[in-house]
Design a protein around this ligand. Structure first.
Ligand code: HEC
Length: 307
């Protein structure tokens, strides 16, 4: 069917405007050339019916698809969604607080260092204070022993567990993933994080969840090893924002989005410059092209038969 449709289309494309003349292209490729108009009409109608039927079957199949038990997250209107919109940095700062007070008990962020916070959510002094508040394993010292010291700006966020095995055994066998790049690693990115954190509910009738697992329709399979972490007022924000569960989920999702894409703001700022410079260059090159081609484009060939 598609082949016939293509041939009809190609015959149309290759048709010359001069009646009776067949371009070499048409002669070589088109097998429809000899078809009568009526047969062409029938072939075209069959093509349309076939394609329409296939789309209908596909649409019906999609509408009753029940095999997909995972709820897809909605697209939330993030402040950083716009083509030229930057992150909400106050939200990143609050999100860091949520991570530090809630998520850091189980999740590492081993690719983010305290120095990364400078100029994003914290000043240099504040970031130093944040670093100092954690103990970082270091060593060995002169006697060969490992020791702990207060963190420095160059330290990465500490891991709550000594290794993956310790993390698993503390969480019923489920490994809390590192959150540094989590929004890039999950479909839906920050939307998914928000939905996951706020999506805990009772399992629907007929669904039972094993001991130690929790029901969350946004998690693939529905049963997640992480208990609901965010409840209203589970912590307090430094800036006085009411710490509702959805507020914290939004802030931590923004923070995690920043962690995955720290270049986000620069990239958008750069794109403004790029668009401005390139539109200027485009204008100039178009002008030059018209200028250079004007001689060729306005040429006229005339055949003067010999007298
Ligand atoms: C009590 C420990 C604990 C706390 C606190 C916790 N998590 Fe988790 N989290 C887990 C475990 C365990 C898993 C792995 C679940 C699984 O694979 O079934 C997980 C998985 C996740 C996942 C991955 C889900 C997926 O699609 O694979 C994300 C995202 C996540 N947590 C975000 C957070 C955020 C954000 C916070 C803080 C608000 C948080 N978690 C707090 C234990 C925790």
């Amino acid at each position: 069917m598609a082949g016939v449709a293509c041939r009809v289309a190609r015959a149309g494309i290759l048709k010359t405007t001069v009646p009776g003349i067949i371009t070499p292209g048409t002669a070589k490729f088109s097998t429809l050339r000899e078809m009568t108009t009526a047969r062409k009409a029938v072939a075209a109608a069959l093509g349309v019916i076939g394609a329409g039927g296939a789309s209908l079957v596909y649409a019906l199949n999609q509408s009753v698809k029940a095999s997909d038990l995972t709820l897809h997250t909605a697209n939330f209107p993030w402040p950083h969604d716009g083509l030229f919109s930057s992150f909400d940095h106050a939200s990143i700062r609050r999100g860091y607080e949520v991570y530090k007070n809630v998520c850091a008990a189980c999740h590492s962020m081993k690719y983010i260092a305290f120095r990364n916070l400078i100029g994003v959510s914290h000043t240099e002094d504040e970031a130093k204070e944040e670093a100092k508040s954690v103990q970082i394993p270091d060593g060995p010292d002169e006697e060969g022993n490992m020791f702990e010291r207060p963190g420095k700006l160059s330290d990465y966020f500490p891991n709550p567990y000594a290794n993956d095995e310790a993390a698993r055994s503390a969480n019923n066998g489920a490994l809390p993933p590192d959150l540094s790049y989590i929004t890039a690693a999950r479909h839906g990115g920050e939307n998914y994080i928000f939905s996951l954190l706020t999506g805990y509910c009772d399992p629907p009738a007929g669904v039972s969840v094993r001991e130690g697992l929790y029901y969350n329709p946004y998690f693939v399979g529905g049963a997640i090893g992480m208990a609901q972490a965010l409840y209203n007022e589970v912590m307090e924000y430094g800036d006085g924002t009411p710490a509702t569960a959805s507020q914290m989920a939004k802030d931590v999702a923004t923070f995690l989005k920043w962690a995955s894409e720290p270049e986000h703001d620069d990239r958008k700022r750069m794109s403004i410059k790029v668009l401005m410079i390139f539109s200027l260059l485009f204008g100039i090159s178009y002008y030059i092209k018209r200028h250079k081609w004007s001689v060729l484009k306005s040429r006229k060939f005339a055949y003067k038969p010999p007298q």
